[in-house]
Design a protein around this ligand. Structure first.
Ligand code: A2P
Length: 278
């Protein structure tokens, strides 16, 4: 059973969820059914992943009660603008066959579009209408978070960013903590690149765990919410089995030393790059 993190609006989110980015539509239903069977009670989705219908089907077929699964989706920047965001949310809710999302996020700020504040206002409206319980963002830098706060007075409950041992983003995490924003980590395993690192292999051997389990335990003990991805059932189950042991200060010191700053970044930055549509 995953531990829970609490949002500033009072809602709780399982700290350990299953991310479906990059899972092909034809594989999605089986993987999500497997994840629910393994105990995951939070699914992280987005319209751009193009597998919301298949996730919806898995949720419908599962023995787990619909209300027990925490479901997130995200609006893609090409759907930004007040009315478009409202429309996009209705479309995602229909595809996933949900009456409301537990969490709905702006996927990237893309400041060149000039639409993220207006789109944030649409999320505030969706929350008022009861179509989304909590609202947050993804891939926002502190200055962009501050702009949302200054212009609307509404603080996102969560910011989902790339964060892993090679890219630890301590200053951003500190900003989140100071503003009661939960840090959610995509690619929490660093796309598996850090799992072969000698330090993590050594810590894993000491605790009789895998490097992935060490990284996820380290993320969770800091209060982060993680959504490890795997297209493999065994590894997906392994990634849920991350409790029942505690890192010591020497482990923490060694993991802290793995940070490469910006050089550790693995994902794209859509603030700089042209947005894909599929
Ligand atoms: P696979 O899908 O073959 O399991 P991240 O979530 O950081 O983006 O990492 C995803 C990558 O890490 C995928 O390539 C995935 O491969 C791999 N991965 C996920 N879980 C594990 C694990 N427990 N051990 C090793 N590699 C893993």
């Amino acid at each position: 059973m995953s531990k829970l993190a609490e949002f500033s609006d009072g809602q709780k989110i399982p700290q350990l969820g299953f991310g479906v980015a990059g899972i092909l539509p034809e594989d999605t239903q089986a993987m999500v059914e497997g994840a629910l069977g393994a105990g995951y009670l939070m699914i992280d989705n987005a319209s751009i992943y193009k597998n919301e219908v298949e996730v919806g089907r898995a949720l419908e077929r599962s023995d787990v009660a619909a209300g027990d699964v925490f479901v997130t989706s995200k609006v893609w920047p090409l759907d930004y603008g007040f009315d478009n965001v409202i429309k996009a949310c209705h479309k995602s809710l229909g595809d996933l066959r949900r009456e409301a999302f537990d969490l709905y996020l702006l996927h990237w700020p893309v400041p060149s579009l000039g639409l993220y504040v207006e789109s944030w206002k649409a999320l505030i409206e969706l929350q008022k209408q009861g179509l989304v319980k909590s609202i947050g963002v993804s891939n926002f830098y502190p200055e962009q978070l501050q702009k949302l706060i200054d212009e609307t007075g509404v603080v996102p409950v969560i910011n989902q960013i790339e964060l892993h041992p090679y890219y630890q983003r301590r200053a951003e995490k500190k900003f989140h903590d100071e503003h009661n924003i939960v840090t959610q980590c995509w690619s929490p395993l660093g796309r598996a690149t850090c799992l072969l690192d000698d330090a993590l292999v050594g810590i894993a051997a000491k605790h009789d765990k895998t490097p992935a389990q060490i990284v996820l335990n380290w993320q969770i003990e800091q209060g982060n919410v993680v959504i490890p991805r795997s297209r493999n059932m065994g590894r997906m189950q392994q990634n849920f089995d991350v409790y029942g042991f505690e890192l010591d200060d020497e482990d923490r010191r060694q993991i802290a030393a793995l940070d490469k700053g910006l050089d550790g970044r693995l994902g794209e930055d859509f603030d700089l790059k042209e947005l894909p549509n599929d």
